[in-house]
Design a protein around this ligand. Sequence first.
Ligand code: FRU
Length: 528
Amino acid sequence: MTQTQNQEQQEKIRMPRKSWMSSRLMQARKYEKQMENAVAGEERPSFHLGVQIGWMNDPNGFCYYNGYYHMFYQYYPYAAHWDPMHWGHAVSRDLLHWKYMPCAIAPDHRYDKDGCFSGSAILLPDGRHMLMYTGVDKEYVDENGDICDPSGEKGGVLKDIQTQNLAFGDGCDYIKYIDNPVLTCADLPAGADPAHFRDPKMVLYGDGTYRMYAVTYVRDVGGTVVQYISRDGVHWSFKGILDQNNFRIGLMWECPDFFELDGKAVLMCSAQDMLPAGLEYHNGNGTFIMTGSYDDETGKFTEEGDHAVDYGIDFYAPQTILTPDGRRVMIGWMQNWDTVNLRTFEPKWYGQMSIPRELSVKDGRIFQKPIREIETFRRGKISFRNVSLDSSERFLEGIRGRRADIEVTVRAREGEDIYRCFGIRFAQNENLHSEAEYRPEEGTVKIDRKCSGSRRAVVHQRRCDAGTHGGDMKLRLILDRYSAEVFINDGEKVMSMTLITPQTADAISFYAEGMAQFDVDFYTLDRI
Ligand code: FRU
């Protein structure tokens, strides 16, 4: 590239000047610098993305840009609780080694003064990186939804005004678009509540247009996914309603994602206030997935079936991307809104993401596997074959640790009755432990962290339907310092939970009620 071409390119990209930074963004970046070393490496997850300092919730703007994966996230740097949302930012080459970048956006305009809520990112043809996020502005509004003076005649109630906004950047610095907001409640369908219009997920659609899926709440219907279309990524218009809840799964829906996978259209949303249905949807707030078909003429998604994405305790608001080599990879927030405010101590950081998971669809169900790059972290393989358990517990030579990848295959002992239960106990010492166990007669897998060190009476157990299979079962357990994720039968179901257990509790054992036999391959997971 010649110097003039280079200059032209730079001008087109309009690199942000530091002076464009608001005092709130500068303050956040300064605070991050000050606190850079406040949390030691061993005090945070090893290969899961956790917040640098303060609070983290939803993944935002998950994308691949200029040779790096970028992950932004809902972020409040100054304390480990939810407060006016900023966007934190980290980059990675493999989705496992993450490098923190400076805070990307802060609530510094009228339209987002009460928070920069969740959103997404795309690459523009001119090389710019563009974010779209929900701006929240709390105002007193009258019965027509118009902003009013609360002390005046009309009184008014304090409500969120949620709008969609853009910011352009270069992978580090982002400037908010001068004509924000680009979508307001005027762009919502009839009956939609303007206080609920959020979480835009943009994609480049097959016909070259950009599409954006967001959520709203429609009277008598509940969570509704709305679709918008744009030629340039900047000017958007309403395309239609993609799908609606009709109060089947929770009330409001949040954080939509919509993509094609293995010949199916897949809609993923996180529902608030769910009612359990059998062993589905026990999380209060949880993520569901629907497979089906999509007709772009009508802009409608036709559902064929739905199920939970994660049957554990901690998983919400995931986003997916298509990697350059064609994998659909999902990362979720590994927490649960129902438990986040029930903590005994305020830590220096709070919030981490799930392990990135490769998705596939089989027989209308979503399968998840830990991203294959995790295998490069495997060290010191230890294998045992045909280990017998007879209503007993066994510790096996060399198998211990808090960062591990454990693959277990269990079966009934030949000629014996089917075992009643088989389990793995981990993050264990004399007083503490957590476990994952399979009961073939009931066909359930249960995770349990009630003895993990929590001093709160929140839910610490969860079960899911895993089938009987004559007692044949495969479990893969990914342990990081502060979490456990259980992949059942090659990822047919997944159960995730966070742990606060001290790292010194690192024993691992296997137990059974009845006679079981198992094989195990154990690896320590070590970052290089
Ligand atoms: C989901 C969510 C989003 C919102 C964000 C606010 O967890 O409630 O709908 O954009 O969190 O932090």
